[in-house]
Design a protein around this ligand. Structure first.
Ligand SMILES: Cc1cc2nc3c(=O)[nH]c(=O)nc-3n(C[C@H](O)[C@H](O)[C@H](O)COP(=O)(O)O)c2cc1C
Length: 170
């Protein structure tokens, strides 16, 4: 069963989690996961309050930003892991834009979100963007780059549950 990890990351946390997931899949299954990074056409860097207003505004307005092309074919994978940062208690708009352009249906999926402690219902909202799939599990990662050991342990346990070899972590 091939695994894809599809994610967006503005500041590196989801990218870090995706990379570690790829390594864990390789270690636990002998086959590495393929990583697909969703990237926006607009690559301008924004900082501080401006960044939050820009991103939060996109969520509030339901924006679907233009994306760079990504050569991802869901049909090639048995498990598709989708990851997003939490923006204004929601999945980041580039992920919404991507899933609208590239619908994933009839798959086993797993979801992860990265946030700073205020996830709201972001995981449920992400799952709602992926109807018609069997969700094997969702996980939320608080400030993942701030605790690498904890991140590794949490993701290892999660991958074991996704592979059906352990109960879901609390
Ligand atoms: C525009 C914007 C809005 C955010 N809104 C939230 C939020 O509602 N709750 C929260 O806990 N963190 C929020 N964050 C923090 C990010 O979710 C967190 O830093 C996450 O780890 C970023 O992932 P990334 O590094 O992959 O982009 C926000 C960050 C940005 C840029």
């Amino acid at each position: 069963m091939k695994t894809a990890v599809v994610y967006y990351s503005l500041e590196g946390n989801c990218a870090l989690a995706a990379r570690i997931l790829g390594e864990i899949f390789a270690f636990q299954t002998g086959e590495k996961a393929d990583l697909f990074e969703i990237q926006t056409a607009d690559t301008k860097k924004r900082r501080g309050l401006r960044k939050f207003l820009w991103g939060g505004g996109q969520v509030l307005m339901g924006s679907k930003p233009a994306l760079q092309p990504l050569d991802f074919d869901p049909a090639a994978y048995g498990l598709v892991v989708v990851g997003t940062p939490v923006w204004a208690a929601s999945p980041a708009p580039p992920v919404r834009a991507f899933l609208e352009k590239t619908p994933i249906r009839g798959k086993r999926i797993a979801l992860f979100i990265c946030h700073a402690g205020g996830k709201g219902r972001a995981l449920e909202k992400l799952e709602a963007l992926l109807p018609g799939n069997e969700c094997a599990g969702g996980i939320d990662l608080v400030n993942p780059s701030g605790n690498l050991q904890g991140l590794q342990a949490k993701l290892e346990a999660w991958v074991e549950t996704l592979r059906g070899s352990a109960p879901a972590p609390a």
